[in-house]
Design a protein around this ligand. Structure first.
Ligand SMILES: O=C(O)C(=O)C[C@]1(C(=O)O)C=C[C@@H](O)C=C1
Length: 294
């Protein structure tokens, strides 16, 4: 059966590349959506079987719209994770390729991509106006559609090729170790044909309001069981100023007896615990040894 996979499009985004890696065509049908809430809602409404969205970048941190939509608006578990290398390219229309750097008046891209290249932009294009787009591939399309403008876009090499743009520069991200963590969500668990680098469980924990030291006790429940936490973050409950819940990622499967014990102990403290998913994690590099790069 062909699975329908929603992703942040259009074609040529980093999310498209991540989705192709996790769900290769033709066994999956990849469907682009213009914004993260649309992607996640598609799977929640049953219009798509699965969805792929960015959740964290090594340079810029969490993607808040993913976290908030996942927690507040849908009820679909995380079923997999992919850590994908992010190499940003600067691309222009071929008609503009002979211009010198200081002639480019606009740099277009997704805010995350602009933020990941901000040192480069300040140094090389200090006078250019930055224009935010819904995705990096959207920026590439705008360049394609405006051949007469001295504009440049930041995005994937794939987007440059798809739109027949000229690559001015590659690897313009401010730090070489630029990775984004993508998650796949879906109502059915998925068995991938490649080995996972680890298993993770993500939980949302809301502390009782009148319990001094509650967070310390929550962390202790993991700590004395030697459960490694790889991510912890607070996000607003949206019920009032100062009201937060915690998102915790643990390097263990949900079914593991130690995790079951930790979750029961946290609930016994009076915390609300919601399981967001227990899933395998993959790295793009280690998948390349199993599958040919696409
Ligand atoms: O615009 C894209 O190409 C995306 O896939 C979005 C996105 C993000 O939101 O983090 C994905 C990976 C990179 O970190 C930059 C942008």
């Amino acid at each position: 059966m062909i699975e329908t996979v929603a992703y942040l499009g259009p074609q040529g985004t980093f999310t498209h590349e991540a989705a192709l890696t996790l769900f290769p065509e033709p066994s999956a049908e990849l469907v682009p959506y213009p914004a993260i809430p649309d992607v996640l809602s598609a799977v929640d409404r049953g219009v798509a079987d699965l969805a792929v969205v960015p959740v964290e970048n090594a340079l810029e941190g969490s993607v808040n719209s993913t976290l908030d939509w996942l927690v507040h608006h849908i009820n679909v578990p995380i079923i997999g994770e992919l850590i994908y290398p992010i190499a940003h390219c600067l691309m222009v229309h071929p008609a503009q390729a002979k211009r010198s750097k200081d002639e480019f008046v606009r740099i277009l891209s997704h805010p995350q991509a602009i933020a990941q290249c901000q040192l480069h932009l300040r140094k090389e294009y200090p006078l250019a106006e930055v224009v935010y787009t819904d995705s990096t591939a959207q920026a590439a399309r705008l360049i394609r559609d405006h051949p007469g403008e001295a504009w440049a876009a930041i995005g994937t090499r794939r987007a440059a090729e798809m739109n027949q743009l000229y690559l001015l520069q590659e690897q313009i991200q401010d730090h070489p170790n630029n990775y984004t963590r993508f998650i796949a969500v879906g109502k059915q668990k998925k068995v991938w044909p490649f080995p996972a680098s680890q298993l993770k469980t993500s939980v949302q924990v809301t502390l009782p309001s009148d319990y001094p030291g509650a967070l310390y006790q929550v962390l202790a429940a993991f700590s004395w069981r030697k459960i490694n936490l790889c991510h912890i973050e607070s996000r607003p409950t949206k019920t009032g100023l100062g009201n937060y819940f915690f998102l915790i990622d643990a390097e263990i499967a949900e079914e593991h007896v130690l995790m079951q014990g930790a979750l029961a102990e946290i609930e016994a403290l009076g915390c609300q615990v919601r399981l967001l998913g227990s899933y395998p994690c993959y790295q793009k590099e280690s998948l390349q040894t199993t599958y040919k790069s696409r």
